[in-house]
Write a protein that binds this ligand. Structure first.
Ligand code: ATP
Length: 458
């Protein structure tokens, strides 16, 4: 007989908070629950660099997996790549980063000597101490390092400031070996480094971060329609993974703010407490990159379309998204507080595929009667779901902890379990509970998670 568990009654999902939560609350929850710690904290920390703790690493991995699934695995026209972070220095000459990947920097000549991005400041007065700001100069954001034992100009290389160039220089390798015909894309997830003048807002802007980028190669005549397609796709991705539609918007770049290589660009922005801010940019890069690498390397990077008997350099549409920024937006978006019996209840209403843990197995207490059964339940459940076992403190405290971690379901093993071989499953959002035989626990979790996924996807 096919199993069909009755869903929890309370649908659709109800939220209490309707405005974006202040960042302070997210920072302290992230620390408290082990999502994000300050880097090198015992040495006083290193400015604007962060470490992802046990829950953070799971959540960020879920975000990257979700993107990879949507971008690569579910599609027949995108393949993956994992290029090295260190690349030949000519790559960055050709791409224009050595010459042009700069921000205008101004420094206070008064008391504080603070540095600012000139494009974020109006006038010549220091926003911190009121001193006079000096002339703006262009500051290159790439980190320099040296390859090999000799630290001279010939050994100097860069840490990549974007993953995209690893894709462009492999265009021919991938096109030839994957036998993909245009239009097709190459996706990559990996670390990038930018020596930002003013990092901040927690993990929103850091100097080391992870990007999820895809370069989609198409015929020049089709680039506008693919640009539109990838903007809509990108918006759809955030909604699919539960980010509220009313906190998302699309914003076309003005001509002045567009990067030098782009002929059209749009951002997907999220309404943070510090204002609407970019999560992802979709650029029409034209043939800028392939032509530049063709000229610098002397290698032919054109494409021959046999059907049309035509040779051309493909145009490129690029959706470029930050994994860390997306994680911040998802934490902020999921954060909710509601009235509790004694104190307010904090809950992260994360999409079940994004939540760090899907299930928590909680024996009512730690003893010879319950522990062996609870451990057996953990073994069964953890084969299929990311599961945490917790038998410390009172059950109420443990539910609160899981709510704050965004765990969609708690499976509780209590004294009745010994007699009826059943467990209680509790829903994070409504706190409703249902009773399920242990032998059906994974089937029931599948049904319940599917229902939650449906409720939360826009
Ligand atoms: P910004 O204008 O915020 O500096 P950008 O337009 O330079 O960003 P892109 O080069 O378009 O950013 O990079 C694509 C994505 O990579 C961004 O939308 C963002 O999600 C992420 N990203 C870029 N810089 C950072 C950073 N310093 N910290 C965290 N994520 C970043």
């Amino acid at each position: 007989m096919p199993l069909k568990y009755k869903y929890f009654e309370q649908r659709p999902l109800q939220r209490t908070l309707t405005e974006p939560v202040e960042l302070d609350k997210i920072v302290s929850l992230a620390k408290r629950r082990g999502f994000v710690f300050q880097s090198s904290e015992i040495y006083g920390g290193l400015g604007s660099t962060w470490d992802f703790g046990p829950l953070g690493v799971e959540m960020k991995r879920n975000i990257k997996d979700a993107w990879w699934r949507a971008m690569v695995r579910e599609r027949n026209d995108v393949v993956g790549l994992d290029a090295a972070i260190l690349m030949h220095p000519d790559v960055w000459e050709a791409s224009g980063h050595v010459g042009g990947f700069t921000d205008p920097l101004v420094q206070c000549e008064g008391e504080c000597k603070e540095r600012f991005r000139a494009d974020n400041i109006e006038g010549d007065v220091c926003p911190k101490c009121g001193g006079h700001l000096g002339e703006a100069r262009q500051f290159n954001l790439m980190f320099k390092t040296f390859m090999g034992p000799v630290e001279d100009a010939t050994a100097q290389i860069w840490l990549r400031p974007e993953t995209a160039q690893g894709i462009f220089v492999n265009f021919d390798n991938v096109a030839t070996t994957s036998r993909k015909k245009i239009p097709f894309g190459i996706a990559q997830i990996g670390k990038s480094f930018r020596n930002e003048i003013t990092p901040g807002n927690f993990i929103f802007r850091t100097r080391e971060f992870e990007q999820m980028e895809m370069e989609f190669f198409c015929h020049p005549g089709e680039v506008d329609q693919w640009f539109r397609y990838w903007v809509d796709f990108s918006m759809g991705f955030f909604k699919r993974y539960g980010v509220r539609a009313e906190f998302l918007r699309e914003r076309e770049h003005t001509e002045e703010e567009r990067p030098h290589y782009a002929s059209a660009a749009a951002d997907i922005e999220y309404k943070f407490s510090f204002g609407w801010s970019e999560l992802e940019t979709i650029n029409n890069r034209g043939d800028h990159d392939l032509v530049a690498h063709q000229e610098k390397s002397g290698k032919d990077l054109s494409y021959f379309d046999q059907a049309a008997d035509e040779r051309f350099v493909p145009y490129v549409v690029e959706p470029a998204m930050g994994a860390d920024r997306t994680m911040l937006a998802m934490l902020v978006d999921a954060y909710d507080e509601e009235e509790g019996e004694k104190e307010p209840r904090t809950v992260l209403r994360l999409h079940p595929e994004i939540a760090p843990m899907t299930v928590a197995v909680l024996p009512l207490s730690r003893n010879d009667k319950l522990t062996p059964t609870a451990q057996r339940v953990f073994e069964v459940v953890s084969k299929e779901w990311t599961t945490q076992y917790d038998d410390t403190q009172s059950i109420g405290r443990r539910y609160r902890r899981q709510d704050e971690a965004g765990t969609p379901l708690c499976v509780t093993v209590d004294f009745d379990t010994i007699d009826d071989a059943s467990v209680t499953i509790r829903n994070r959002d409504s706190m409703e509970q249902i009773r399920v035989p242990i032998e059906n626990v994974n089937a029931a979790i599948t049904d319940l998670i599917n229902a939650m996924r449906e409720d939360i996807s826009g």
